[in-house]
Write a protein that binds this ligand. Structure first.
Ligand SMILES: Cc1cc2nc3c(=O)[nH]c(=O)nc-3n(C[C@H](O)[C@H](O)[C@H](O)COP(=O)(O)O)c2cc1C
Length: 181
C-alpha cells in the first residue's frame, strides 16, 4: 500500500546527495552554506546546479561574485556542517564559528575548505529565480579530490559522504554495487 504525502514532503523523496558546503567570497567577505539541493546537469560543458533560498546571505555573495565552490564533507564533519546550515553569514564568520580552515581558491575568488575531501570550483553561467529559491548553474572549471579516497568514483569503503534525508535525518552510503551492462 502506498500512502499520499504532502507535496512539500515529497521533495524529500528526491533529496539528492551528497550534502555539500558551498563557499563564496565577495568584497573580502567569505561564507559557507550547507546545501542539500545540488545536481549534476550537463557533461559538455560540465555543469551543476545549486538551489539557494532567497532568504539566505549566500545567494547575494554568489550573485555578485559569479562563482562558488562546492566542498564535500565526510560524515565525521556533520556537527560543523550543521553549524554552517543554521548560522547566517550576515551575522557570523562561519569559518571562525565552525573551525573550518579557509584555503584560497585556485581558479575562482571563492575559497575552499581544507577539511573536506573534495571540492569543485564553479563559474556561474546562469541563474534563475525558481519559486522561493535561486537556481545557480555553475560550470566546473577546477576540481580536486583526496587521492586516497578516489578510485574512479568516491571510495565509500574509505570515506563516507553524507546524504540528507530531510529535516534532522541523515545517512551515508555503505556499499558499492558494480554492475556492467
Ligand atoms: C542539512 C541542511 C541542508 C540544507 N540545504 C539547503 C539548500 O539546499 N538550500 C538552501 O538555500 N539552504 C539549505 N539549508 C539551509 C542553509 O544552510 C542555512 O539557512 C544557512 O544558515 C544559510 O546561511 P547564509 O545565510 O550564510 O547563506 C540547509 C541546511 C541544512 C542543515
Amino acid at each position: 500500500m502506498k500512502i499520499k504525502i504532502e507535496n512539500l514532503k515529497a521533495l524529500r523523496l528526491l533529496n539528492p546527495g551528497p550534502l555539500v558546503l558551498v563557499t563564496s567570497k565577495y568584497q573580502g567577505k567569505s561564507n559557507i552554506v550547507t546545501v542539500a539541493w545540488t545536481s549534476p546537469i550537463s557533461h559538455e560543458p560540465p555543469l551543476i546546479s545549486i538551489s539557494l533560498s532567497t532568504k539566505k546571505y549566500s545567494h547575494i555573495l554568489i550573485g555578485n561574485s559569479k562563482d562558488f565552490t562546492v566542498n564535500i564533507p565526510s560524515v565525521e564533519l556533520l556537527e560543523k556542517v550543521l553549524i554552517c546550515g543554521s548560522a547566517s553569514g550576515r551575522e557570523v564568520d562561519k569559518f571562525k564559528e565552525s573551525g573550518f580552515t579557509k584555503v584560497p581558491g585556485k581558479k575562482v575568488s571563492s575559497p575552499s575548505i581544507k577539511e573536506c575531501f573534495a571540492f569543485l570550483e564553479c563559474k556561474v553561467v546562469d541563474s534563475f529565480l525558481c519559486g522561493d529559491h535561486y537556481l545557480f548553474i555553475g560550470e566546473i572549471i577546477h576540481a580536486e579530490v583526496e587521492k586516497k579516497y578516489y578510485d574512479d568514483h568516491i571510495d565509500i569503503e574509505k570515506i563516507k559522504f553524507i546524504n540528507h534525508l530531510g529535516g534532522q535525518y541523515f545517512t551515508y552510503p555503505s556499499e558499492i554495487v558494480e554492475k556492467k551492462r
